[in-house]
Design a protein around this ligand. Structure first.
Ligand code: SF4
Length: 403
């Protein structure tokens, strides 16, 4: 597994695969082709079908600015991955002087055909599965988060993760203050601020649901409007882990260090899925985005509740298992419906999974590793209509009900 730096990234919403990845590709290509007089980018598959709603054109054009860039939307899919793009550098008379075909494979990562990761990052972790992580915990007598401390650069948790935790909090604080309507044709009103106001009147479990929902909505709405967020593990699912951490920090009184350690464990959970399956909605549907984010948050919450490594694994497994088959069918290609509300529900569910796991001794039949394999297979068995193309599911039935 690679460093958690390549799982947790900070960038422009609303989609790590549709904005952060293409923006990074454009920046890299521009740096290598400084002599170009203009650029042209052809977008394929899901990048083309939902790119307008996901602001892919804006992310690419801003990376090439002030040099001009033409965007060409090609609905056909390239064979390697659904999120393909071909970048071309042009001379003064419009001739192609260089080109690069690459794929945005999820979480902001780029990969060329044949599986070569652009700017290949070293695999720091020797563990390739949760079973190997748990074996390390058993043999060393240490909790999961300490693996991060041991493997990553010195001060990673107190430095890199602490900085992102600050950014997560800022997204919530900013999102809770916003009013008005989100960008795009749905004219969807922001809800986080109103939910928070209602929640102030509630008690106990209802208050917990209200708080978790308000925090998750705040981040997901910031993301939907093209704001800056932390991928956890993606932009579309960016509200779930921050919500659960924020709730535990401000409402349950956990220390800053405990939150960072929980974030480290959540990172291992997300990284294992990224390594062994996918965190791309275009590849495996929303189970790979919201399902994985819920698993990360459930594991983090179980750790904060004092759970053992086995209970943390159980909480994460349960969260992913009960999102199996979740489709990605955003209306109008916007990361709004079903995405925003789905973040709120998954944050509440993550805490429920942690509570449930803590009631048990951590023993259970379906392991996290097995559910990751199942998620990958389920995603590949899904029709492309349900993998971030906006050609099926809610994206089409919403308009049928309008007739
Ligand atoms: S439905 Fe899920 S995977 Fe699809 S864009 Fe929304 S959050 Fe991302």
């Amino acid at each position: 597994m690679q460093s958690l730096k390549y799982l947790y990234r900070y960038g422009m919403g609303p989609s790590s695969s549709h904005t952060i990845g293409p923006n990074d590709a454009a920046r890299q290509f521009k740096a290598k082709n400084k002599e170009a007089k203009s650029y042209r980018v052809k977008l394929y598959g899901s990048l083309s079908l939902t790119g307008k709603g996901h602001l892919t054109d804006k992310a690419i054009i801003s990376a090439f600015a002030p040099v001009s860039c033409e965007i060409i939307w090609c609905d056909k899919e390239l064979s390697y991955h659904p999120n393909g793009m071909k970048l071309e550098a042009l001379d003064g008379v419009g001739r192609v002087i260089n080109e690069w075909t690459t794929f945005s494979v999820g979480g902001g990562e780029l990969r060329d055909e044949g599986g070569v990761t652009t700017n290949e990052h070293p695999h720091l972790y020797s563990q390739k599965s949760m079973e190997e992580v748990l074996a390390w915990c058993n043999s060393s007598g240490r909790p999961i988060w300490q693996l991060v401390d041991e493997v990553e650069e010195d001060g990673f948790i107190e430095g890199y993760l602490a900085d992102l935790w600050q950014k997560m909090q800022k997204s919530i604080d900013t999102g809770l203050k916003q009013e008005g309507v989100l960008h795009g044709g749905l004219k969807l009103p922001r809800k986080a601020r109103d939910f928070m106001a209602q929640t102030r009147r509630l008690k106990d479990t209802e208050a917990r649901t209200g708080l978790l929902s308000s925090y998750a909505l705040a981040v997901a709405e910031e993301n939907a409007d093209g704001g800056f967020v932390v991928t956890a593990p993606t932009c579309g699912s960016c509200g779930i882990l921050p919500s659960v951490l924020y709730y535990n920090f401000y409402e349950k009184g956990h220390s800053n260090r405990s939150i960072l350690n929980a974030m480290a464990t959540a990172g291992i959970i997300g990284n294992l899925v990224k390594e062994n399956a996918s965190i791309s909605g275009a590849e495996v549907g929303c189970q790979g985005e919201v399902g994985v984010a819920c698993a990360m948050a459930a594991g983090a919450a179980a750790q904060l509740l004092g759970g053992s490594s086995r209970q943390i694994e159980y909480a994460a497994e349960m969260a992913l298992e009960h999102h199996l088959g979740l489709t990605c069918d955003p209306i109008l290609g916007l990361v709004q419906i079903p995405c925003i509300e789905r973040n709120a529900f998954a944050a509440v569910r993550a805490i429920a999974c942690a509570d449930y796991a803590l009631l048990s001794d951590g023993r259970h039949l379906v392991s996290f590793d097995k559910v990751v394999k199942t998620m990958k297979k389920t995603g590949h068995d899904m029709l492309s209509l349900y993998r971030e193309t906006s050609l099926g599911g809610l994206a089409t039935s919403y308009f049928e009900t309008q007739k």
